[in-house]
Design a protein around this ligand. Sequence first.
Ligand code: MOS
Length: 760
Amino acid sequence: MSTANVVDVVGTARDRVEGRLKVTGAATYPIDVSLPGLAYAVLVQSTVTSGRIRHIAVGAAEESPGVLAVITHVNAPRIAPGPVTPLGPSPLPPLQSDVVLHYGQHVAMVVAETIEKAQAAAALIGIEYQRDTPIVSFDDSRTSAVSHPWVPDFVRGNAAGALGAADVRTEATYTTADNTHNPIGLFATVASWDGDALTVHDTTQWPHGVRDSLAAAFGVDPGGIRVLVPFVGGAFGAGLRVWPHVTLAALAARVTKRPVKLVLTRAQMFTSIGHRPNSVQQLSLGATRDGRLTAIEHMLTTSLGMAEDFFNPIAHGTAESYACPNVSARARQIRLNIPPPSWMRAPGHAEGSFALESAMDELSYALGMDPIDLRVKNHAHVNPETGLPWSSDALRDCYRVGAERFGWRALDRKPRAVRHGHLLVGYGMARAALIAYQPSCRAVASIRRDGSAVVCSGATDIGSGTYTVMTMLAADYLGLPVERVHFGLGDSAMPTAPQEGGSGLAGALGNAVQAACVDLVRAFVNRVTDDPESPLKGCRLDGITVRDGRMRITDDPSRSETYAEILARHGLDELRIEGESAPPGEASSSTMIVQDGRFIPFTAPSTGARAHAGAFAAHFVEVRVDADLGTVRVARVVTAVDGGRILNTKTARSQIIGGIVGGIGMALLEETVSDRSGRLVNTSLGEYVVAVNADVPDIDVLFVGRPDSMTPVGSKGIGELAITGIGAAIANAVYNATGTRIRSLPISIDRVLGAASSRT
Ligand code: MOS
């Protein structure tokens, strides 16, 4: 029997393995969890932006029917700060003082028998504030810039000198708005204690992070804490940190000795779980007359909460973008009395790429050069920061293939050249890139007596397709049909996994699943190789092929045996192996990969050190602008993606579409608005406008490129790729349509009309 027709399932288009559970309502999200004796917690939030609580009157609330506890800073137990994790410091513990640092800060919690009783009691709490004048603007003279080790500057060459000497220069200020993650699933925590043991169902992207943070907060053994989140309901970065409401839910359960459920309201989602901070970015480019970049200067300011630190990698993307000898990219953060910002899909990169790729478009017009030609001319053949060759790079293929599909070269690129009826039609493109990130991760794989496999890891699936692609990978590695593989995640009792964030999980977890599965097959080989009763006696891992639950001698397929037969003969219920993946470059030389059911050594590039490349893409956008109404519609998008090895073309395409939809929102619609006193004024989905189907055209996604050479699984994370660059591609198309450059996101109706009226 030949194995020539063995085809890996990885790389094909597969429906989500959990799709049926989700669409039938059978998937259990944290908000769906109910327990016997469940009580409900409701949060009261500050209505002022800065100051102190002078007096908080809780008597009426405490006497309200069904109330179990009212907790404020006056009576809250001490809560220790959360740990400093690989993602940086934890948010501040809640209810620890009378100081108010932002609008929407949690100032009281009511726990009651029902949510209605908790809400009714919460409304009876009276608070007297001392109001200070909040700092809510970069221009406030009381602000000062924060510099800390998590936000490095990038400096190479002499950007200022090169700018001064450049033949052609562009220099402009670009801004982006505060954006709020709006996952459909409201964030929920259900906590129950049993002595010092705690079980938490929590909307999180990082179960082990929640476990460790709550252990620190309550001074208990992390081994006694279990965090469960089999389904997330969307997150976009909002679930990367352990926010105060999670701690408060656990506190409520500890104080009342009852299981407690806490669900954030939609309005509370705007102030309690981070947001993308606004940015003001000065970006200058210098180039030779023939379009070679000589200088990039990117100085940007972004906002930070009054007492919280987080890492916003906004300058990294600029530093690694183009082959330019003189670069200065510096990000500074300014503390404001605002709800603490955090990471939101492609944090930093989405904002930074808007400025850089808009500026590249401006330069292309200044030079009279096609924007693709300009980008290709300045293509970074090596990582411009380190000088090392990329582990994979098909960006130029992205430009070429995307341009062909879009019909770019045939377009009239003169501004205001094309009309469709009374609408102005414009075309824009941009480069997109994401920095590579792949932390270590563990997974466990087992094959049971019935021949089926269970593989799991304490990771999450925030909608990205983790369940599906990990099932597919395990199926290929073990030689089982996907129907015979169960993949489990979302449980901190499973092997330690990093957060699903930084677009790093598919690689990190995929490599861990591969390591566990390869070692599991090796364990079967070890069982049979000395077994006189086995037809596989004497076999080696590199001499077998796995398929349909059967191990075969590759050179003599008549000799074969199923996993189930081996387990039965050895009297075993299962074989079970835990595996670990290391960050790229730290992978062991004994790493094996699986191809067509055969086990072959992973050969990392032999040509010396490489720069671990992130994913690349090129976006092409057509917009239609109604100059009278100021409306911009995205009419067409083509995005060509180098994501390395694509694990599932269907879920990968969905990731790219999702990023573009988010990018259309960021570019045209989304803006969290606060008034002069720092209160947020549009904290609902009616007033914070996200892109809906009517805003989104058909999106054409093309995959180019080859498996990445530095990571055994070969994939490059694409969860955040597409929201980078797309804002600039849309803005560039708006310029092409209207002849006016809008340098602030969102490109709202008032900005389009304002730009049109100031146009001479
Ligand atoms: Mo993403 S902002 O790393 O969840």
